[in-house]
Design a protein around this ligand. Sequence first.
Ligand code: LR7
Ligand code: MN
Length: 593
Amino acid sequence: YGCLFTSVTWTLLLFLYFTLSQESPPFKYVPVPGGQSFSFQHRFQPRFTRAPGPAPLPQDPPREQPRRAPVPGRKAADLSPEMGMIFNEQDQEIRDMGYHKHAFNVLISNRLGYHRDLPDTRNEKCKEKLYPLALPSASVVICFFNEAFSALLRTVHSVLDRTPAYLLHEIILVDDNSELADLKEELDAYVRLNLPGKVKLVRNQKREGLIRGRVIGASHATGEVLVFLDSHCEVNELWLQPLLTPIKEDRRTVVCPVIDIISADTLVYSPSPIVRGGFNWGLHFKWDPVPLSELNSPDGAIAPIRSPTMAGGLFAMDRKYFNDLGQYDSGMDIWGGENLEISFRIWMCGGQLLIIPCSRVGHIFRKRRPYGSPGGQDTMAHNSLRLAHVWMDEYKEQYFALRPELRTRSYGDIGERLAVRKRLQCRSFRWYLDNIYPEMQVSAPHNKAQQPVFVNKGLRRPKVLQRGRLRNLQVNKCLVAQGRPSQKGGVVVVKGCDLNDPEQEWAYDEEHELILAGLLCLDMSEIRSSDPPRLMKCHGSGGSQQWTLGKSNRLYQVSVGQCLAVMDPLSPKGYVAMAICDGSQSQQWQLED
Ligand code: LR7
Ligand code: MN
């Protein structure tokens, strides 16, 4: 009887739990009779998946049971380009403040919620690979400063949703003294109510920067392996086991996943090509193609790749090895340089650094860093100077040749770091260059600082889907450049259509770009979405140049979330502007031959 009673109670409890924790998507499409094709019906994204109240009762399912019903999640393909549609002033405010504070589209991030499906970006061969069941346990350390609440929570939930419980020892969140109100009590409450147990929240009493922040996080960790993530990531299918396996084989192996791209404008998740880490003499990280010698293994595309450097934010390392190797340089502030420092240290002091193509983690790539350092200092220069003096021997001259003003700049005490180098009997920088990064050109130290560029779109022009004039149905005029169509930054207006004028011809291509007269792309300012659209050099990365031209004749701008409209139909000036999509005549456009 006891047995029967227990199992009935459990079934009931589990049923109740799953029913109550079942989430519905934050909004859904609803057909509107006789009107436009659809409208959105909003439901506020709840911050609390359960009503705020007392901490969960002990009847919660035991730890290793699934903690929530399978997430209904969106299918990757469902992420419509219109996810960022603005309906009212409140949406506009969230979007604009989001770009201002976080440099990405927080409106879409909020609408996605804390769980979503991702496209599986791994090579097919990864799906056949088997990993040992017995692997070291992981402590995931996530530092954040003023992160967008929904991006932070999606990072945490993606780890909980996609990591086997027995491998996840804990998640340690380190709040680097954030200022944003919702990261205070509201985050405390969320963690207490929805993330009890494995998630620990540590608060820095003052801003430490991401480098000391990670050291603090690591000091609270008790798992065997440390996994560091940025606070705006989403881990993909079977991400952790491929990272833990090489560490189990050799504790002096440090591993990075492939960092997939989450678009800052659309939050679309897309695969990165397999590249590896390098740097230039300005001490900026860059991506390099993988040399053929590295790809010649029998496993081809999926074998681990030796990488001279790491990007910095996403990697896994045996916890004791992290400590033995000297953690990080705690004299480094806020942001920058620590990624090259730890990379040089790993290689020069007897370890190795690998990129694991079968482990995929997405990261939101913003166009600018949305925060500064408290005193406004250039911490990248300060930190780079420290690493140059500790690790680069005579090659620091290559850096000074580019940054002569830093030659005499003070960089604080590096005694402890020099002692680390001595204690570990590390090799010379010369050895590192010769053996680990022979591609590095020593005689030509004038490579410009380079942003990580993943896809070289310059080589291949996207296919044109449609060509013609863009006619507004209300005023019966065509969209043209106000001045010359070759003038960068020039605005567009509507004028009388002229079938014979090549300067009125738009091309709409598969990247959803609109190119006028084969020259420039129709573009929106990301920062000031109230500015009218203008003509800019095509950058090929979507977002501010991504338009959808649908059946409803509206011309929707993906990063702004609004539609192109003629401002005053009676005015001869023909000004156009972005406006909330309302299906009115002034927003109807036709691309026609
Ligand atoms: O003062 C701070 N305190 C913090 O806790 C400043 C930042 N942070 C947090 C921040 O909230 C974030 O979670 O630290 C994390 C990293 O900061 P980002 O996201 O502003 O850095 P980034 O992605 O622009 O920069 C890359 O280089 C940095 C150099 O210091 C770090 O190593 C980042 O982790 C690193 N990010 C990645 O490697 C992701 C892939 C980017 C590429 C290429
Ligand atoms: Mn980041």
